[in-house]
Design a protein around this ligand. Structure first.
Ligand code: UD1
Length: 367
C-alpha cells in the first residue's frame, strides 16, 4: 500500500485531479490517497463549486494560503506544505498543471527526497513573461514521472535534458473529465437561463495578466467587444482578477453600455461546459479552454501571442490571434461568417488518460 498526496490549488487543477483520484479509488488495497488543497483559489465559485460538480472528495488538508504576490503565495504554500509532508511521509506527491501551487509543492517534495509526478508535463509557450511558463519549466525539471498530454511535449522535455524514461505520453486528464460529464452538463441547458439561443452567442473569458493588468490593453479589448456585441450576444463570466481590474481602471460603465453583453460571476464546471458546447464561438485567454473547445468542435479564438498547447491549432479548432482590437474584431467576424469546422480528437484524448497514469504508477511500483 502506497500513500499518495494529490495537490490542488487553483480552479484549473480540480478537473485534472478528479479522474485520477477516481481511478486510484478503484484500487483501495494499493493506494491510500490524501487530497491537499492549498487554498490559492478560495471563493466558492473558484473552488467549492467544482468539488460539488465533479464529485471530488472534501480535501483532507486545507492550507488556506489565499492571494498574494507570487513570492508570498508560493512561499506560503511551501512552508505549509513542508509540515504536511513531514507529518504524512507520502510515497509520492502528484501535482497537476502550471499554477503557483504546482511548483511550490513540487519543490518542497523534491527537496525532501519524495518522488514527484507531474501531470500535464512538457507544455511550453516559450514565453517566460508568463508566470505559468516558469512554473512548467521548473516543475518538470524536478519531477520524477512526467505525464504528457500531447505528442510534442516529449520533444520539449528532451530538449531541456529530461531523461526519456521519465516521460509518459498518457493523454489529457481534463478531457477525461469533459467526456465523463458531457451528457450531464449538456442536459442543464444553462444557456437558456441567460436567455441565449443555441449556436448564436459568444462565450468570453479573460484573466491573463498580459490582457487584464495593463489599462491600455484591456481598454482595447473592451473596444473590440463593444463592436462585436453590436451583432452577436456575448456572455462573460468574469474572473475575480478581471473584475478587480475593471473596477480599478473605471471601465465598469463601458461594459454597462454594451446592450448585448452579459457579465456573470465565474461559473461552475457543468454550467460552463454546457455554455461552451452550445456557443457559436469562444473568445478566451485560458489554457484549458483551448483544449475543451477542440474536443467540443466549437471554434476558439485565443487572445494571446502564443500557446503552450499547439495540438489545438494543428488538429483542433483553436486560432491564436493576439489582443489587438482590430484583429479581434476581424477574426471574430470571419468565424461568424464561416461554416463550422469539425475535427478529430488529438491522439489519446479519449477519456482514458487517468487509467494510463494509474497503470504506469502501478508498473513503476507506486502501489
Ligand atoms: C491562476 C493561475 C493561472 C490559472 C488561473 C485560473 C498562477 C500563477 N496562475 O491565475 O495559471 O490559469 O489561476 O483561474 O498560479 N482571487 C479571488 N478569489 C479567488 C482567487 C483569486 O478574488 O478565489 C483574486 C485575488 O485577488 C488574486 C487574483 O484573483 O489577486 C488572482 O489570483 P491568483 O491565484 O494570483 O492568479 P490567477 O490570475 O487566478
Amino acid at each position: 500500500m502506497k500513500k499518495i498526496i494529490h495537490v490542488v490549488g487553483a480552479r484549473p487543477n480540480f478537473m485534472k485531479i478528479a479522474p485520477i483520484m477516481e481511478e486510484m479509488g478503484k484500487f483501495p488495497d494499493h493506494f491510500q490517497q490524501l487530497l491537499v488543497h492549498t487554498g490559492q483559489h478560495y471563493d466558492r465559485e473558484m473552488s467549492k463549486v467544482f468539488f460539488e460538480d465533479l464529485g471530488l472528495p472534501e480535501p483532507d488538508i486545507y492550507l488556506g494560503v489565499g492571494s498574494g504576490s507570487h513570492a508570498r503565495q508560493t512561499a506560503e504554500v511551501m512552508v505549509r506544505f513542508e509540515d504536511i509532508l513531514l507529518e504524512e511521509s507520502p510515497d509520492l506527491v502528484l501535482v497537476v498543471g502550471d499554477v503557483n501551487s504546482t511548483l511550490a509543492c513540487a519543490l518542497v517534495t523534491s527537496k525532501l527526497y519524495v518522488p514527484v509526478a507531474h501531470v500535464e508535463a512538457g507544455l511550453r509557450s516559450f514565453d517566460r513573461d508568463m508566470p505559468e511558463e516558469i512554473n512548467r519549466v521548473l516543475t518538470d525539471q524536478i519531477s520524477d514521472l512526467l505525464f504528457t498530454t500531447e505528442i510534442g511535449a516529449r520533444e520539449n522535455l528532451l530538449r531541456e535534458g529530461i531523461q526519456d524514461e521519465k516521460i509518459h505520453f498518457v493523454g489529457n486528464v481534463m478531457i477525461d473529465t469533459l467526456l465523463a460529464n458531457k451528457e450531464q452538463a449538456l442536459a442543464q441547458r444553462t444557456f437558456e437561463e441567460y436567455g441565449l439561443q443555441e449556436g448564436e452567442y459568444i462565450l468570453l473569458t479573460l484573466h491573463r495578466p498580459s490582457n487584464v493588468d495593463d489599462q491600455t490593453t484591456l481598454e482595447g479589448i473592451l473596444y473590440a467587444l463593444m463592436e462585436i456585441q453590436r451583432d452577436t450576444r456575448i456572455l462573460f463570466p468574469a474572473h475575480p482578477r478581471t473584475t478587480q481590474r475593471i473596477q480599478e481602471f473605471g471601465f465598469h460603465q463601458k461594459l454597462e453600455d454594451m446592450n448585448n453583453m452579459t457579465v456573470a460571476e465565474p461559473l461552475g464546471y457543468l454550467s460552463f461546459l454546457d455554455l461552451m458546447a452550445h456557443a457559436r464561438l469562444v473568445l478566451t485567454d485560458s489554457g484549458g479552454i483551448q483544449e475543451e473547445t477542440t474536443i467540443l468542435d466549437v471554434p476558439c479564438l485565443t487572445l494571446r501571442e502564443n500557446t503552450e498547447r499547439p495540438v489545438t491549432i494543428k488538429e483542433g479548432t483553436n486560432q491564436i490571434i493576439g489582443n489587438k482590437p482590430e484583429v479581434i474584431i476581424s477574426e471574430t467576424k470571419s468565424i461568424l461568417n464561416a461554416s463550422q469546422k469539425t475535427t478529430n480528437p488529438p491522439e489519446k484524448w479519449d477519456g482514458q488518460a487517468a487509467s494510463r497514469i494509474v497503470s504506469i504508477l502501478r508498473r513503476e511500483g507506486f502501489d
